[in-house]
Design a protein around this ligand. Structure first.
Ligand code: PLP
Length: 388
């Protein structure tokens, strides 16, 4: 018997929660299209204009004919440049065979999980964490296991979360949404757990160039013995204001790169070669360019933290990295985020969208103009009053 309507969809996608960040962006766009002036403090896009050298490199590459399929793992020159950068930054030698160019850090995370997770595997997440880890784990039939780590890590609690089904721990530093930077001791404790139980470590370092005191930053793969079990996800999106270019990479043991490469060949094939040429140009920019972006966000962080701490009922810690603030708003974060949007026309994300440990907080993005930040602070002060 024929059935009317659409055939059934796969449960692995129908059961997924949408991305809170993408959904908020859509909502803001709709409100703006309807004529509402919204102060956008929800964006994960640093909003930096792409540097003209990067744009010129893409143009040149297109004119030169880099408009066809390219090598699936990435252009040799870009893989080389990425490996050199990783080596320089982590102090551990990386070679081009250990690098896979991906469409953004998101796909690097996706490819890493695709390559190592089996259905039923458990993946430990440091809660609160980026909204896509959990859904990505579920896409591959895995089970996310969030462990609360809002202000710090309880090593015993972390160790207790590991079961015989655990396959991976996802580590993100600096952390989205809190801006926290994981210390060497915390990373060493995670590595020790991974070694004891023979686990993969997925290390997401997409905000590594936005640490305000770079000497305090430690990359997981730089710890002795870590490289062989670490899958590094990184991206040019945040560092260079290249979110729309969709270019990032996975750096991993050669065997894992080869496994991920098969999936790339059968899906996206490759990142567009002219985009890769642009990425290579980005990596060649002087460090002062990247430092300038970080300085912009450091200044805005200082202004934001000071201003928020003057608002009654809000307490905001000063994050050492990223362009996010994660104030404690001492209430139901989803209700408060809705109130901010509906009453104050300020878009912010509820902290619980990043995991249960984020409840009671909002994630504010400083990827706005200074004027928008000032206006938002003024509206919040007028609405809640000044802190006594
Ligand atoms: N990892 C984290 C922690 C992020 O916050 C994001 C973006 O918001 C990504 C990865 C992926 O970014 P992209 O795919 O643009 O590189």
């Amino acid at each position: 018997m024929t059935k009317p309507g659409m055939p059934a969809l796969a449960k692995r996608v129908t059961g997924l929660a949408g991305s809170a960040t993408v959904e908020m962006s859509e909502r803001v766009r709709q409100l703006q299209a309807a004529g509402r002036k919204i102060l956008p403090l929800a964006s994960g896009d640093p909003g930096l204009p792409t540097h003209p050298d990067i744009i010129a490199a893409a143009h040149r590459a297109m004119v030169d004919g880099l408009t066809h399929y390219g090598p699936a793992a990435g252009l040799p020159a870009l893989r080389q440049a990425i490996a050199a950068r990783l080596t320089e930054r982590s102090g551990v030698a990386y070679g081009p065979p250990e690098v896979l160019v991906t469409p953004g850090g998101k796909f690097a995370v996706f490819a890493a999980m695709l390559s190592v997770l089996e259905a039923g595997d458990e993946v430990v997440l440091l809660d609160p964490c980026w909204v896509s880890y959990g859904p990505c784990v579920r896409l591959f039939g895995g089970v996310p296991v969030p462990v609360p780590t809002l202000d710090g890590m309880d090593v015993d609690r972390m160790a207790a979360a590991v079961t015989p089904r655990t396959r991976m721990i996802v580590v993100n530093s600096p952390v989205n949404p809190t801006g926290r930077v994981l210390g060497r001791d915390e990373l060493a404790a995670l590595l020790a757990i991974a070694e004891r139980h023979d686990l993969w470590l997925l290390f997401d370092q997409v905000y590594a160039d936005m640490v305000f005191a770079p000497a305090t930053y430690c990359a997981l793969q730089s710890l002795e013995g870590a490289k062989g079990r670490t899958l590094v996800a990184d991206s040019l999106s945040k560092t260079y204001g290249m979110t729309g270019w969709r270019v990032g990479y996975l750096a991993a043991p050669e065997g894992a790169v080869k496994a991920a490469l098969k999936a790339v060949q059968h899906s996206i094939y490759c990142v567009p070669p002219f985009i890769q040429a642009a990425a290579e140009a980005a990596l060649k920019l002087p460090q002062s360019v990247v430092d300038g972006y970080a300085e912009l966000f450091r200044r805005r962080r200082d202004r934001g933290v000071t201003g928020l701490n003057r608002v009654r009922g809000i307490r905001c810690a000063c994050p050492p990295a990223t362009f996010y603030l994660f104030p404690d708003i001492q209430g139901d974060d989803r209700a408060v985020a809705s109130e901010w949007l509906d009453v104050l026309s300020i878009a912010a994300l509820p902290g619980s969208a990043f995991g249960p440990a984020g409840a009671g907080h909002l994630r504010l993005s400083l990827a706005c103009s200074d004027e928008v930040l000032e206006e938002a602070l003024a509206r919040l002060t007028a609405h809640y009053g000044r802190q006594e």
